[in-house]
Ligand binder design. Structure first.
Ligand SMILES: Cc1cc2nc3c(=O)[nH]c(=O)nc-3n(C[C@H](O)[C@H](O)[C@H](O)COP(=O)(O)O)c2cc1C
Length: 233
């Protein structure tokens, strides 16, 4: 069993709340894992060229090429993204969009696998986590846990955070506030979020240990998708 973790933040490991949460989930599954950061990777969105129709292999030559094999080989995924404009950031979006290559001719390479969705935002991280959950569903991957937390918006360190009227600090603190180190949101300082990531890892590990039945999970997700199409929820 192998789990693939993907951190979609362009920030480095130490700065990124997404990286920290994805790593925490991975460390608690009890299985081997690979943790790949998308930082610095060049991944274009799908260009609808249909080059992948015959063999389910994307022909766009960029950093997604080396990731394809890791995606296929993994039994489960922990994917995290930062909240940019109330959704997943473009880098993670492009990465997930390229999973289109697996879909043709009822390509079942990913069907019935398991996933954990992770999101971090300057105010909230639920929006990107929910988006990732939706991407999982399109591949009939079951989301066993959805973890989100609050990270450090760049406005805390841009130099104008105490006065900028459109910055996140102004939204979160009372008038006349002064930025101090301890007020900068960090998932490491949110015990309930770290606990949720630990529990998500344990749950994913348990689900894999009981010998999860990919065919059953696939059927369950196909039914869920039909409900989503019919009801819009
Ligand atoms: C371009 C951009 C747009 C953002 N938009 C939002 C937003 O709409 N809502 C929000 O809560 N945070 C927003 N943020 C803040 C990030 O979500 C926050 O910094 C988060 O900690 C990023 O995750 P990371 O620490 O893993 O990089 C935005 C940040 C950037 C750079």
């Amino acid at each position: 069993m192998k789990i693939l973790g993907i951190s979609g933040s362009p920030r480095n490991e130490k700065q990124s709340g997404v990286y920290k949460l994805v790593q925490t989930v991975l460390e608690n599954t009890g299985y081997d894992y690979a943790h790949v950061s998308l930082k610095g990777k060049i991944i274009a969105g799908c260009i609808a060229c249909q080059g992948c129709v015959k063999d389910n292999v994307c022909k766009v030559n960029d950093d997604m090429t080396e990731l394809r094999e890791k995606i296929v080989e993994a039994d489960a995924y922990v994917i995290g993204a930062p909240n940019y404009y109330s959704t997943v950031n473009a880098l993670t979006h492009a990465f997930m969009e390229r999973w289109f290559q697996f879909r043709h001719q009822e390509g079942d390479l990913l069907w019935g696998k398991l996933g954990v969705a992770v999101g971090v935002g300057g105010t909230e991280g639920k929006a990107p986590a929910n988006e990732i959950e939706k991407y999982f569903l399109y591949s009939f991957i079951e989301t066993v846990a959805n973890v989100s937390g609050q990270g450090a918006a760049s406005c805390y360190t841009c130099g104008h955070g105490e006065t900028c009227k459109v910055g996140i600090p102004m939204m979160l603190h009372d008038e006349g506030f002064k930025i101090t180190e301890d007020m900068i949101p960090d998932v490491r300082k949110q015990p309930e979020v770290i606990d949720a990531a630990v529990n998500a890892g344990k749950l994913l590990g348990e689900r894999l240990r009981v010998g999860h039945d990919r065919a059953k999970v696939t059927e369950k997700m196909q039914n869920k998708m039909m409900v989503m199409f019919e009801t819009g929820v």
